[in-house]
Design a protein around this ligand. Structure first.
Ligand code: GRF
Length: 192
């Protein structure tokens, strides 16, 4: 019998990586289904993308909770209801606490728009341009306590052209992120 893993996706915004995962999961031979989408912003466009696909999607805003711990406890309660095999951060803009991560050790993935360990954090495209790099790209990694620092599962590279700017480079990278994340999830679920 084929078991398809349960994935929960956490977002904060646009949700283009989420959309790529939704599309992949629509194929019966993809090894996962998305059982829940959680956003820390009510206005995240990705929420609509999830709901249009018939996926349960909820917003839990940080400001509605007194503390970070309370906020994360609410998220953990939502996750507990669907018992995800894997949690995919897809543009989730908050740093998860060690306590949160300890509930799903090795089971939280993140996609980051740089060739880690280069450029953890924000503004990765401009930093690659400023450094005069010839290549850039994106990484999928296991989430650990330190920001964007867990073991890398998969990376794809793009060339930086002389006429690239932050926008053109960002578009190039986003374009390859979608396929990378879909492949990385497949690989992780296969035990890779
Ligand atoms: C992506 O660039 C991802 O690498 C980063 O946040 C962005 C999210 O984009 N972590 P989207 O919401 O998936 O379109």
């Amino acid at each position: 019998m084929n078991h398809r893993a349960n994935i929960a996706v956490m977002i904060s915004g646009r949700g283009s990586n989420l959309a790529a995962l939704i599309k992949a999961c629509a194929a019966p031979d993809y090894p996962a289904i998305i059982v829940k989408v959680i956003s820390d912003r009510r206005d995240a466009l990705g929420l609509d993308k999830a709901r249009s696909a018939g996926i349960s999607a909820i917003a839990l805003e940080r400001r509605d909770f007194a503390t970070k711990t309370d906020h994360e406890t609410a998220i953990l309660n939502e996750l507990e209801q669907v018992k995800p095999d894997l949690i995919c951060l897809a543009g989730y803009m908050r740093v998860l606490s060690a306590e949160f991560i300890s509930h799903y050790p090795g089971k939280i993935l993140n996609i980051h728009p740089s060739l880690l360990p280069k450029y953890p954090g924000l503004n990765t495209h401009q930093r690659a341009l400023d450094a005069g790099d010839k290549i850039h790209g994106c990484s999928v990694h296991i989430v650990e306590e330190a920001l964007d620092a867990g073991p890398v599962n998969a990376q794809w590279v793009v060339d930086i052209d002389p006429d690239d700017n932050e926008k053109s480079l960002g578009d190039k990278v986003l374009n390859i992120e979608h396929g990378l994340y879909v492949d990385a999830v497949r690989k992780v679920l296969a035990g890779g």
